[in-house]
Design a protein around this ligand. Structure first.
Ligand SMILES: NC(=O)c1ccc[n+]([C@@H]2O[C@H](COP(=O)([O-])OP(=O)(O)OC[C@H]3O[C@@H](n4cnc5c(N)ncnc54)[C@H](O)[C@@H]3O)[C@@H](O)[C@H]2O)c1
Length: 341
């Protein structure tokens, strides 16, 4: 199969592209190498993918319609997976414009292009942030999720809504997945695990928000990749509507479906810190801080729809996942030298 993936120099796109290349597929990877965090880490990810002859990198921005169009038309993909985005909850308070450009205008450019080619399946990355402070747990895809607490969440919700209309008008089979706090090797420097391990290595204290009372449904990267790979074969259609219960989000107006990707096993932030300490073999000095503006107290995925569609749910333990991250970090640190990741 020919895949066109946006965001391949990013954390999730890199892992997904590598898995698909290992499975023998062709991958065109489109990424603007934005400076939101260390570009060297992004270049290292692309360099690792370039060891596969079937990988073709394109470095350009989603907002550059001519470049995006040329890349998609020459790749002629069967499946387009759109992961490139301005990620991060807190940064969306500081710089909302980056989210408007990448996540709304950039995603609209993807939808426009998708309406002009024959795609087997369009897949889009959305987020658990969309649920905001959902009063009930676990979060089901059919819960009302229209009270976003940050512009990041609002931009991803906008993408989901725009995608539904394009899916209806142009009959584009579309799956939007809502990721729940993804972690693992090659992870993002702005996320808690990376910051904790980095500070502990440098004998600096770690900052714990929400006085440690928050909880997150952490998803190990390999579990996420397995879920996406399995879902790529489940092209939304009445033929695969889940009839058992009320869990399916398959639209009655369009070949469009939303699926949570999370294991449904939330962990409190303090338990998470302890797992990281175990993996590091040392204790961290902790600075307890209040909740940050825009943070949600908890995330908790219902994995029922994912399980019904694919027979799979994320299951890697935090012990295993945190250890894999620490092992990678120690190696990558040598390669990156003194560069601040
Ligand atoms: N990591 C998580 O826990 C998580 C959780 C929920 C949702 N998501 C979503 O998953 C996707 C991938 O996230 P990630 O963690 O790999 O983030 P990432 O920041 O590591 O990767 C995103 C990539 O997109 C590229 N990019 C950003 N804006 C661009 C633009 N306008 N044009 C071209 N390239 C651009 C960046 O250079 C980067 O390499 C994103 O859509 C994100 O919102 C991630």
């Amino acid at each position: 199969m020919r895949y066109f993936i946006t965001g391949t120099a990013g954390f999730i796109g890199f892992h997904l592209a590598r898995r698909l290349l290992q499975d023998g597929h062709e991958v065109t990877g489109f990424d603007g190498l934005t400076p939101y965090y260390n570009v060297k880490l992004k270049e290292m990810r692309h360099a690792a993918l370039m060891q596969f002859p079937a990988f073709r990198p394109v470095v350009a921005m989603l907002e550059d319609r001519a470049a995006l169009e040329a890349a998609v038309f020459s790749a002629k993909p069967d499946i387009l997976i759109h992961l490139a985005a301005q990620a991060g909850v807190r940064y969306s308070i500081e710089n909302p414009q980056a989210y408007l450009r990448s996540n709304i205008e950039g995603s609209w450019n993807i939808l426009e292009l998708a309406s002009r080619i024959e795609l087997r399946h369009l897949m889009l990355a959305s987020t658990s942030s969309i649920y905001g402070s959902n009063p009930t747990v676990p979060f089901h895809e059919r819960d009302r999720a229209d009270e976003p607490l940050t512009f990041y969440a609002a931009s991803k919700k906008s993408m989901e809504l725009m995608a539904h209309s394009y899916s209806h008008l142009h009959k584009i089979p579309t799956t939007a997945f809502r990721f729940f706090t993804v972690y693992g090797p090659w992870g993002r420097p702005d996320m808690a695990l990376f910051k904790f391990v980095k500070n502990m290595m440098e004998d600096k204290p770690i900052e714990i928000y929400g006085q440690g009372n928050m909880s997150r449904d952490f998803t190990y990267i390999d579990d996420l990749v397995e879920s996406v790979v399995r879902l790529s074969d489940v092209v939304p259609s009445e033929l695969n509507r889940v009839t058992d219960g009320e869990i399916d989000t398959l639209s009655h107006q369009a070949p469009f479906r939303i699926v949570n990707i999370g294991g449904g096993q939330p962990t409190s932030l303090m338990d998470f810190v302890e797992k990281v300490e175990e993996a590091m073999g040392r204790r961290a000095e902790r600075i307890m801080l209040p909740m940050q503006k825009g943070d949600v107290p908890r995330t908790f995925a219902s994995p029922d729809l994912l399980l019904a569609l694919t027979g799979y749910r994320p299951n890697t333990t935090l012990e295993t996942g945190a250890r894999a991250f620490v092992d990678w970090y120690l190696e990558a640190r040598q390669e990156l030298g003194s560069v601040d990741m």
